[in-house]
Design a protein around this ligand. Sequence first.
Ligand SMILES: [Zn+2]
Length: 89
Amino acid sequence: MAFDNKNRRIFIKHKLCRFCADPNLKIDYKEPNTLGVFTSERGKIIPRRISGNCARHQRQLALAIKRARNIALLPFTTAKIKMKEHREF
Ligand SMILES: [Zn+2]
């Protein structure tokens, strides 16, 4: 438990890079299950300050997620797009 200069508790949420902690965990664009953990429900990449990744691994992760998106293993977005069913021409 850490305290700030006003003696209040600061909760540190696992400020540990998962990829540094586990050397067996690989950042691979061919593994959407691993990458999917670091994307939000809408498909956005979780920022480093929340995920707790280190700079090096966050960069590798972002690159891998972008590659995975490009070959349709991960979504760019999951926002619903209203399909125009009736075209009035
Ligand atoms: Zn790391």
